[in-house]
Design a binder for this molecule. Structure first.
Ligand code: CAA
Length: 249
């Protein structure tokens, strides 16, 4: 065991495409990885898949949109696994559609999971991190927040809100040994992107990506790995675009 093993990393939305790659990478880095999930049906399949690849994670259930539920989960993790050193807020969902047709329910559901979810998890881990004088928080946003995306007013608003939270929280905890950063992936080959109608995906989105391909989940996980490490202590409040050149600024 190397010294790294004392670090505990909590990954929300662990069973999704990005979450899975992040869990695997952090496990390879030597973290004890706690994976959160919303529904056991999907999580159970995921647990078996991970087991087949020789990986075992501590798994905890919470709907990230539920403030009280997240609080109970984080308290249980702190007691049963140990203090959370790294939080990766990766839980997210899309409910795309043009604004002129968007229902309140679709707006509300996406804001609650993608934005309130980040607040809820950060809020419950931050005081224990401050007490221990160390922490790494990595919030997964999106290119849609940076450039806008036809059909994603709810998702873009929530994901843009995340970076406002990142910058402000980063300021407030900068002297406490805690860094807070955002990663804004572009179009990564996950189920979420594959769910975009094929015609839109291949005829509209792919041609906009200068490198000519969708990104790999491991390419996001590699940056999470660096930002989670003690070596990244001078980086805080930053927003990293990983989008194959689709949006440069
Ligand atoms: N730019 C401009 N116009 C677009 C467009 C685009 N990118 N995509 C669709 N349209 C237009 C079509 O041309 C069509 O226009 P007309 O009516 O004038 O012919 C219209 O939108 C289609 O309207 P519909 O009524 O058929 O469909 P809708 O209102 O339900 O919306 C949509 C369609 C949901 C926006 C669909 O086009 C879509 O899914 N687009 C992809 C959205 C997207 O990129 N989502 C990313 C999901 S992955 C993710 O978010 C991860 C991440 O972080 C990047």
């Amino acid at each position: 065991m190397d010294a790294h093993n004392r670090y505990v990393a909590l990954v929300t939305g662990a069973t999704g495409g990005l979450g899975t790659a992040i869990c695997k990478q952090l496990a390879a880095d030597g973290y004890r990885v706690v994976a959160t999930y919303k529904t056991w049906e999907k999580a159970e399949k995921w647990r078996l898949q991970m087991q087949e690849s020789g990986l075992q994670f501590d798994m905890y259930q919470a709907d990230v949109a539920d403030f009280e539920g997240v609080g109970k989960m984080i308290q249980a993790i702190e007691q049963e696994v140990g203090g959370i050193d790294v939080l990766v807020n990766c839980a997210g969902l899309t409910q795309d559609g043009q604004f002129r047709k968007m229902t309140f329910e679709r707006w509300d559901a996406v804001i609650k999971v993608n934005l309130y979810g980040v607040f809820n998890c950060c809020r419950h881990v931050i005081n224990p991190m401050i007490e221990r004088g160390y922490g790494r928080i990595i919030n997964i946003s999106s290119i849609s927040a940076q450039k806008g995306q036809f059909g994603e007013v709810n998702y873009a608003a929530a994901k843009a809100g995340i970076h406002g939270l990142t910058k402000t929280l980063a300021l407030e905890v900068a002297r406490k040994g805690i860094t807070v950063n955002t990663i804004s992936p572009g179009y990564i080959a996950t189920d979420m992107v594959l769910a975009i109608p094929e015609e839109v995906r291949n005829k509209r989105i792919l041609p906009e990506i200068p490198v000519g391909r969708f990104g790999g989940t491991d390419e996001i996980a590699a940056l999470v790995s660096f930002l989670a490490s003690p070596n990244s202590s001078f980086i805080t409040g930053a927003n990293y675009a990983i989008n194959g050149g689709q949006h440069m600024y």
